[in-house]
Design a protein. Structure first.
Length: 80
């Protein structure tokens, strides 16, 4: 039997989200279990790759990451 995986790529414009992404990187490294997360940085963007074997795991990872980014974004805006 072939196991299928679900993958999602989140692509953030570096000039807008660099501070937010750097703030949440330690949290991303803590996600484990049924989810594998990798990050990649280019000159223009920062990408987060999420892979999981089931929808529950991918949904949980997406929920956590987006929540952390929203919180970090609010904090960056408050400080500015």
């Amino acid at each position: 039997m072939v196991e299928k995986t679900i993958s999602v790529t989140l692509d953030f414009e570096k000039s807008w989200y660099l501070k937010q992404i750097l703030a949440i990187l330690p949290n991303i490294d803590e996600i484990s279990g049924r989810t594998q997360i990798n990050t990649r940085e280019t000159e223009q963007s920062f990408q987060i790759y999420i892979e999981a074997r089931d929808t529950v795991a991918i949904r949980a990872a997406l929920g956590s990451i987006t929540r952390w980014i929203l919180i970090a974004d609010r904090l960056v805006k408050e400080v500015q």
